[in-house]
Design a protein around this ligand. Structure first.
Ligand SMILES: *Cc1c(COP(=O)(O)O)cnc(C)c1O
Length: 487
């Protein structure tokens, strides 16, 4: 038996490569990363390849390992090339992604040391580190010291955590679901509707409160609707506001909404996945007045703090409420409760074992300091304002003035259908690839969006976007003119 085990050990030991091998792999990979960053301004924001990365299947998973150089070139061609480049400053669509370099170092250490950040007993230091970050965000939005939360994979899971908590805190049991009422707008992020469904609340009454001309929830209609619902014997229990809608960056009137939530005893959730960190900027901080009166907030460091994907957060004023929904003690983990002087992330989250996400955020925030982040966010606000005024000068129709770093605009052509024209325009810009833009449809009208949130988007990026549009509009107009005169 011993010799059999030793023979297996010999093969299994390949999983622990030597120092020389580790250094070689690290060198090759960091060289690749450094090269990637050095070239980031030159490579397109979007590339379409023929097989869309399907070549990855040709490198089959096999019994024997393969050399790192081969794998890296496969990764480069099949994974890094096709599609959208979220690390590029030219990514001005959806909500742009980040990729701060220190995050990679944090991830490296989180992977090598593999600290268990789910349970305080397991890695008190890792949990303290994550709590430090969560408490920093809680203070930023004006929550009391007793507030806490956790780092989630993103805004969707953060919204789900908050909505499931709201359901239980407001005692919405199965018999009450059909009579319970949730208030949102058409502009909420779709992860809210998803969370409502996953939390078993699909049969609740969902009221879509109309928005004003800047896409913010209409407070007086909300007030009337809640009062009417109460008169009709329904149970209003949840109000979801957006602090920065994804479509247009609109911030709902949080303080007025907090008044109504308080009067009617509603759980008040603010989705700040996109916009939450702009509260750091003096320029727009006033828009967030009232966020501190909410019960829960979603905020995405992988958006407003430019971290790589997989870093969201939910902040909770009442830790007991979130614990009531998410706590469970398994028998096999009974030893861990002897050391529970700190809340464990696993007790306030659907997740148990999780990536030690705090490391990437902690190194980034501590190496750079808050000032650099605030300046970058301020820069994004001003870049969006600059674009908005420039695009209006060019004869585009513009949506409302941007509140944060997203704006909408469209070109109304002399010939042809405007929706088709703008859809085609976005597709031409995408094929061009120098910058990446996306569109949205609001009340049947197609708008092009500009969303500035990459730490790599600067004045020259916005000038490039304007230049690309300056080139494409006349081309498309000529095309439409021809097609209307021939038909
Ligand atoms: C992006 C976004 C979400 C979803 O967050 P993920 O991190 O993508 O899961 C939720 N709400 C808003 C307002 C968003 O912009």
């Amino acid at each position: 038996m011993r010799s059999k085990i030793l023979a297996l050990e010999k093969i299994a030991s390949q999983l622990e490569p030597s120092l020389t091998t580790r250094q070689h792999w690290t060198d090759v990979v960091t060289n690749y990363g450094n090269e990637f960053i050095e070239q980031i301004e030159e490579v397109p924001a979007y590339i379409e390849t023929e097989d869309k990365g399907a070549g990855i299947y040709k490198v089959e998973i096999q019994e024997e390992g393969r050399p790192i150089e081969f794998l890296l070139s496969t990764f480069e061609n099949e994974v890094d090339r096709p599609g959208l480049n979220p690390a590029s400053g030219g990514h001005l669509a959806y909500i742009p992604g980040g990729g701060l370099f220190p995050a990679a170092l944090g991830d490296y250490l989180a992977s090598v040391t593999n600290r268990y950040a789910g349970i305080f007993f397991g890695s008190p230091g890792a949990v303290h580190l994550e709590h430090q970050l969560v408490k920093w965000m809680c203070r930023m939005i004006g929550y009391p010291d007793s507030a806490l939360g956790h780092l989630s994979s993103g805004g969707s899971i953060a919204n789900l955590t908050a909505i499931a908590t709201a359901r239980d805190a407001k005692l919405i049991t199965a018999d009450k679901i059909k009579k319970s009422v949730i208030y949102i707008t058409e502009q909420v992020h779709h992860s809210i509707q998803k969370a409502i469904r996953i939390a078993g609340l699909n049969e609740a009454q969902i009221r879509y409160i109309p928005v004003d001309d800047r896409f913010r929830m209409n407070v007086s209609i909300l007030k009337n609707t809640i009062e009417e619902d109460k008169v009709n014997g329904l149970i209003p229990f949840l109000l979801v506001a957006s602090a920065g809608t994804t479509d247009t960056g609109a911030v709902d009137p949080l303080n007025d909404l907090a008044d109504l939530a308080e009067t009617h005893d509603l759980w008040f959730h603010v989705d700040g996945a996109y916009g939450g960190f702009f509260i750091l900027c003096d320029e727009v901080a006033h828009l967030y007045k009232g966020i501190e009166r909410s019960d829960s907030v979603t905020i995405d460091p992988h958006k407003g703090m430019f971290l790589p994907y997989g870093t969201g957060a939910v902040l909770m004023k009442d830790i007991e409420a979130v614990q009531n929904t998410h706590y469970y003690l398994a028998n096999y983990m009974q030893d861990t409760v002897n050391s529970n002087e700190e809340t464990s992330p696993a007790d306030i989250s659907p997740e148990l074992t999780k990536h030690f996400r705090g490391a990437r955020m902690w190194f980034s925030l501590q190496l750079f300091g808050v000032k650099a982040f605030r300046a970058a966010l301020d820069e994004k606000i001003w870049l969006c304002r600059y674009f908005y005024s420039e695009i209006a000068k060019r004869g585009f129709e513009t949506g409302p003035e941007p509140e944060l770093s997203v704006c909408i605009y469209r070109y109304v052509p002399e010939y042809g259908d405007a929706n088709e024209f703008n859809t085609e325009l976005v597709s031409m810009v995408r094929k061009d690839g120098r910058v990446f833009l996306s569109s949205t449809t609001i009340k049947g009208v197609v708008w092009i969006r500009l969303a500035v949130l990459s730490f790599r988007s600067h004045l020259r990026t916005i000038d490039l976007a304007l230049k690309v549009l300056d080139e494409k509009v006349p081309q498309l107009q000529t095309h439409y003119k021809k097609s209307t005169s021939t038909s």
